[in-house]
Design a binder for this molecule. Structure first.
Ligand code: FAD
Length: 398
């Protein structure tokens, strides 16, 4: 089996949609599977080696590309906590509303003319889509995390062909794909001026959202609105339905008991949940209690890892012009604030090893320094991860 066959048939496709942009005319499609609740590539009968070369060059399922730092939290110039000075944005957003406020700042100051980011598809509250926002109202209505898949890149050329200049917001794998695609398309050089990566613990299946509906005896067919979190920090999973039914579920239950248990298998072996390729990476600056994140409701706060000089300049401007407020962050405390991310960065090399063996070398690994990261992890536990991962992978096909 060749690499793309393995990706599409062995449930390793993240469904980002780029294959469709590259190979639509030749029948390369990315479609939602009712069974898994994830988007996945379907290959045409007549394969095209030239198209597949380009797909494989960008594919986030195959390419594990690091920043060369070998550091758990990645290369960075600065790190701090922050929140939006706009109370409405701070309240509606996932954590501190920093992503939305920085996007708004970039628009207001003319650094970019539009923001490309993932939000709910208009008229279809369950579905996610890449959208373009140009003002505060659009950004505000589209902030906060969507804990479900998105076929983000299937029509990316339509956006890039416009006269706009963009800030791109996405999960770490989205930022990787976007940058890699642009590297191969100099005609779009300079179109994306700024990359914001959110931290990511993995993408839950659409079926996880439907499971929450089913637990409350609600049906997708009656869905009117759906927000996964926000309106507080961490806020609530909130859905409303045509028959006046509503669901309101706290974050510890929605993420901890349902959504987080249905994440894509490929995300479990992802070595970059920390946004290595963003100009900045942003996550939840949880308070901790007894050494663990504490999800008690309070005003939202994000942490920001500043990775590039461009980002450093922008943040200084944004602070000077009172778009965001920053606070001190002790980088060593991140391992307690984000224990899952910390553990995964250290253990993931062992998991990748298992799947690399099972797929006879599917992954192209560059600048990831997996062995250096593995040194932070107990080898016996690491090997347990290797075999556990192989077992889970095999169970996917039972
Ligand atoms: C699947 C998923 C897993 C996550 N896991 C973690 C984690 O382990 N640790 C952690 O600290 N944070 C995680 N986050 C990020 C976190 O939820 C917040 O997005 C982050 O803290 C930024 O908060 P904010 O208030 O500054 O962002 P906001 O101002 O609320 O802006 C959020 C931005 O994220 C974009 N976005 C929302 N959903 C998606 C999506 N599915 N794909 C791409 N872009 C999207 C929106 O378009 C918006 O621009 C995850 C987010 C997602 C979507």
């Amino acid at each position: 089996m060749d690499r793309l066959n393995i990706v599409s048939e062995k449930r390793l496709c993240l469904g980002c949609g780029l294959c469709e942009t590259i190979g639509k005319e030749k029948g390369y499609r990315v479609a939602l599977s009712e069974e898994t609740g994830f988007y996945a590539l379907s290959l045409p009968r007549e394969r095209d080696p030239q198209i597949e070369k380009e797909i494989l060059n960008c594919c986030p399922s195959v390419n594990l590309s690091g920043d060369g730092s070998g550091s758990i939290w990645g290369r960075r110039i600065k790190a701090f906590n922050a929140y939006s000075t706009d109370p409405e944005i701070r309240h509606a957003a996932s954590s501190g509303g920093v992503v939305t406020s920085l996007c708004l700042f970039l628009l207001k100051t003319g650094h970019v003319s539009a923001v490309l980011h993932v939000a709910q598809e208009e008229g279809n509250p369950l579905s996610n889509k890449l959208v373009l926002s140009r003002n505060r109202q659009e950004l505000l209505s589209r902030c906060s995390s969507r804990y479900a898949p998105s076929r983000t890149f299937h029509d990316i050329r339509d956006f890039l062909d416009s006269d706009d200049t963009f800030c791109f917001v996405g999960k770490p794998c989205d930022v990787f794909v976007m940058k890699r695609y642009l590297d191969g398309h100099p005609e779009y050089g300079g179109k994306i001026r700024f990359f914001i990566s959110i931290f990511c613990a993995g993408m839950p299946s659409y079926n996880a959202t439907k499971e929450i509906f089913a637990r409350h005896d609600c049906s997708e067919a009656d869905l009117v609105s759906l927000k996964y979190r926000g309106n507080g920090w961490p806020g609530y999973f909130a859905a409303s339905f045509r028959n006046d039914k509503t669901i309101k579920m706290d974050y510890a239950t929605s993420w901890g008991k349902v959504l987080g248990r249905h994440i894509h298998f490929r995300c479990k072996i992802c070595p970059d949940g920390v946004g290595l390729h963003g100009d900045i990476a942003v996550g939840d600056a949880w308070q901790t209690a007894n050494g663990y994140p504490d999800f008690t409701e309070r005003p939202g706060k994000s942490f920001v890892l500043v990775r590039t000089e461009t980002a450093d300049r922008l943040i200084r401007e944004a602070v000077e012009q009172n778009a965001i407020v920053t606070e001190n962050l002790d980088i060593d405390s991140l391992s307690k604030i984000q224990p899952t991310q910390h553990r995964r960065r250290c253990a993931v090399g062992y998991r990748i090893l298992g799947i690399q063996l099972m797929t006879f070398g599917l992954f192209r690994i560059r600048k990831m320094h997996l062995f250096r990261l593995m040194m932070h992890y107990n080898p016996a536990k690491g090997l347990k991860n290797t075999f556990g991962c192989i077992a889970r992978y095999r169970r996917l096909f039972e």
